[in-house]
Design a protein around this ligand. Structure first.
Ligand SMILES: *Cc1c(COP(=O)(O)O)cnc(C)c1O
Length: 364
């Protein structure tokens, strides 16, 4: 998949380069305003990538050594890595195979007196029953950091994800719907948190007194202005990109529903999916890697979806969790899952071709 960079996007970047004002300036401010308006949230704070967003969110909430943070067992590893980087401990919870999202029924049992926050992931762009999750978090007095890296524009009950929790976190990596190369943005309705995040992203500098004061030990997680210009330009196309991807997904459903060996994603009626990825899980009777290999031989680029994080080398060495026993669905999604192509420049007829090829391979 190649990101769809158009002439006007390039022009926007070049204009910034020619202006000589390269780092966090007017275009970053514009991006923050655009995203805040789009999502209908009070504050949006742009940073250097979608892992820095998670790290900053945790630090701003004061989470660190001795704390526990609940994360789904199935996600891109950045979700759990960000927790590790603060010194806190990620507590993995299994997912629901039909949605690839955290199983909320299992969260309660994972809460201890050390738990400070939950990081639900809107995996592949599908909202994770965030209304129910935030209600649970509230009952236990826990922060919610929504990892919405894949889910800019996703909705639950007509509200954008990233606006339900304490903080929302988005990525503008080239694999996401719109991109700044590297980039990310945090969202919150909390004024004090927004102020703290702004300081932490820029060396701990506070300028509210009119002077430049170093009030905390911060990071340099700034975004450049030319990156902001690139994503600002693409943001105008986001609604039509999401609309088109929903149409492509519909074709996959028409073509693949009823195929016994394929578990298709289940999207309830109150959700609007971004279709960052069209993730399917194939039956255990099939070797997933062989299926991917055959798809590649027939000219279709099929990829892996996300990781069973506690099964990865670092987490295995550190926590030695028995994933088969503890996270059977995350392990199945990791071992039998694959992502079918779905992108802005894909033709509808190509979706049918991909589905036909997959069906042929799965017929044996
Ligand atoms: C892409 C992604 C990230 C990380 O974003 P980067 O901008 O690449 O750092 C984090 N979490 C999830 C779920 C992602 O898909």
């Amino acid at each position: 998949m190649v990101p769809d960079i158009q002439d006007q996007d390039v022009d926007a970047v070049v204009a910034v380069l020619k202006s000589g004002m390269l780092i966090q300036g007017k275009k970053v401010e514009e991006l923050e305003t655009n995203i805040a308006n789009f999502l209908n949230v009070k504050h949006a704070i742009a940073v250097s990538n979608g892992t820095a967003t998670l790290h900053l969110a945790l630090v701003a909430l004061g989470i660190g050594v001795g704390d526990e943070v609940i994360v789904p067992a199935f996600s891109y590893t950045a979700t759990a890595n960000a927790v590790e980087l603060t010194g806190a401990k990620p507590i993995f919870v299994d997912i629901d195979l039909a949605t690839s999202n955290i199983n909320i029924d299992l969260i309660k049992a994972a809460i201890t007196n050390k738990t400070k926050a939950i990081i639900p992931v809107h995996e592949f762009g599908l909202a994770c029953n965030i209304t129910e999750l935030t209600a649970l978090a509230k009952a236990y007095n826990l922060f919610v950091i929504e990892d919405a890296a894949c889910a800019l524009g996703a909705k639950e009950s007509n509200q954008f994800v990233g606006t339900f929790g304490t903080i929302g976190s988005f990525s503008f990596h080239p694999r996401k719907a719109i991109t700044s190369g590297e980039g990310g943005i945090l969202t919150t309705n909390d004024d004090a948190l927004a102020k703290s995040i702004r300081q932490l992203r820029n060396h701990g500098i506070d300028t509210s007194s009119g002077k430049m004061e170093f009030v905390t030990a911060g990071f340099n997680y700034r975004l450049t202005d030319f990156q902001a210009a690139l994503v600002n330009s693409q943001l105008k196309r986001l609604p039509s990109i999401l609309e088109y991807k929903n149409q492509l997904a519909e074709i996959y459903f028409n073509e693949l529903s009823g195929v016994d060996s394929i578990q298709l994603p289940v999207v309830s009626a109150n959700k609007k999916h971004t279709w960052q990825s069209f993730h399917i899980v194939i039956a255990a009777a099939f070797n997933r890697d062989t299926v991917i290999e055959k798809m590649k031989e027939s000219g279709v680029g099929v990829n892996l979806g996300a990781q069973c994080m506690p099964a990865q080398v670092y987490f295995q060495n550190k926590y030695k969790l028995n994933c088969k026993q503890l996270f059977p669905n995350a392990l199945t999604a990791f071992e039998q899952g694959m992502v079918l192509p779905i992108y802005e420049r894909m033709q509808m007829v190509d979706v049918i071709t991909v589905a036909e090829k997959l069906k042929t391979i799965l017929m044996r």
